[in-house]
Design a protein around this ligand. Structure first.
Ligand code: PLP
Length: 374
């Protein structure tokens, strides 16, 4: 009996398949919006190829669910998204690098203006083009990453000429510790953000990403910017995951072999079999984003059965101990990520966060979409 054969649409030569549930992503977006007041909307963050899951199909599913505003990190990502979504409002977090403002305007992208230099570039373009150009203003309230300082923002509000031709649509900031609800920086950033907003009365605000939404309505402002929670990562690390699972990863078994007690396994002979057992070697490795840190620490599932990852992860291959009585055979598949072993659990085993597990998902995986708009 074969275990978890891939659906017929998956090419026979495919070694590993990433299943992405677009309906679950849409449901997660709706669930986040339902936590917010009706006036507060959720923009979907689809940067880094929608955290490795595919920006174009993910944005299409979210647009079908009613999402109108999307957030990406780079101009390249914005241009690619614009090609498929002519109607959407698209914010680009990195703002314009020198010499790129006209590319933003040409594609109707809204830059997030993070510095006085970026404000000046955008203002100069608006003057040249003699039309108002929409943008978001980003004020730093404690992250000390991108963003205008409080003093920069005060200068802009005191001297409207500095914003001449700029059509501000949003004042945003970003929380540094939202996944730690008790962290004092959360309240401090909220206060600083309120002070910043007071300089621009009537301008819509945005402070919370996924975890910030769960801090409560006082952090919601007018727009939230969830990414991780849409993709099923737990935005409340201290508690049960409120989001629907989105991604499942399965890899085919290439070979099954029996080994003796005392045999060592893989590079560096880092695992030694205590008893005779059966190993399944699957077609995915660290080149596919299975972190090498998972060596002798990760696990998979053969059907319902948890199977430990043994030895080091190699570039294209990973070894699981399926047990001496296993019926596993070549062509069957082992689930590498899924129920009971989601991206957050894999991250704990690898010493990282679920975000890094998802965004490292390799280009070799066949991405198979479930649900979504017809
Ligand atoms: C990545 C990012 C987000 C989304 O964060 P999640 O934790 O994935 O919800 C929102 N805003 C900014 C500025 C970001 O860089």
């Amino acid at each position: 009996m074969s275990v978890s054969p891939f659906p017929p649409q998956v090419p026979a030569q495919t070694g590993a398949v990433l299943f992405i549930d677009l309906d679950a992503i849409a449901a997660n977006w709706r669930a986040l919006e339902a936590r917010q007041s009706p006036a507060c909307r959720a923009a979907a963050v689809v940067k880094a190829d929608a955290y490795g899951l595919g920006a174009a199909p993910v944005a299409a599913a979210l647009a079908a669910a009613g999402c109108r505003r999307f957030v990406v990190a780079t101009l390249d990502e914005g241009l690619a998204l614009r090609a498929g979504r002519p109607e959407a409002e698209i914010l680009v977090l990195s703002g314009p690098l020198p010499g790129t403002a006209s590319l933003f305007a040409g594609a109707g992208l809204w830059p997030v203006l993070n510095s006085l230099e970026q404000v000046a570039d955008w203002r100069a373009l608006a003057t040249r083009q003699q039309r108002p150009l929409p943008a978001a203003l980003h004020v730093d309230t404690g992250m000390r990453r991108l963003g205008l300082s409080a003093a920069d923002l005060a200068r802009l509000s005191a001297d409207p000429a500095l914003l001449a031709g700029i059509d501000p649509r949003l004042l945003m900031s970003h929380l540094a510790c939202a996944d730690e609800p008790e962290h004092p920086l959360n309240a401090l950033q909220r206060q600083r953000f309120a002070a910043a907003r007071a300089l621009f009365p009537g301008l819509p605000g945005s402070l919370a990403a996924s975890s910030g939404i769960f801090l409560g309505p006082a952090w919601h402002a007018d727009w939230t910017r969830p990414g991780a929670a849409l993709y099923g990562l737990n935005p409340t690390p201290g508690a049960a995951n409120p989001m629907a699972p989105v991604a499942r990863l399965a890899a085919r078994i290439l070979q099954v072999r029996d080994v003796d007690a005392g045999d060592s396994v893989g590079y560096g002979a880092s695992y030694r079999c205590a008893a005779p057992t059966r190993l399944a070697i699957v077609a995915a490795g660290y080149a596919d984003g299975l972190f090498r840190a998972l060596g002798n620490r990760g696990c998979g599932h053969f059907g319902e059965q948890p199977v430990p990852l043994v030895g080091r992860v190699s570039m294209d291959l990973t070894i699981f101990d399926v047990g001496i009585a296993s019926t596993a055979r070549p062509g069957d598949s082992i689930t590498l990520m899924g129920p009971g072993n989601d991206a957050d659990a894999i991250a704990r085993a690898a010493g990282t966060i679920g975000y890094e597990i998802l965004t490292a998902l390799g280009a070799r995986y066949h991405r198979h979409y479930l649900g979504g708009a017809a």
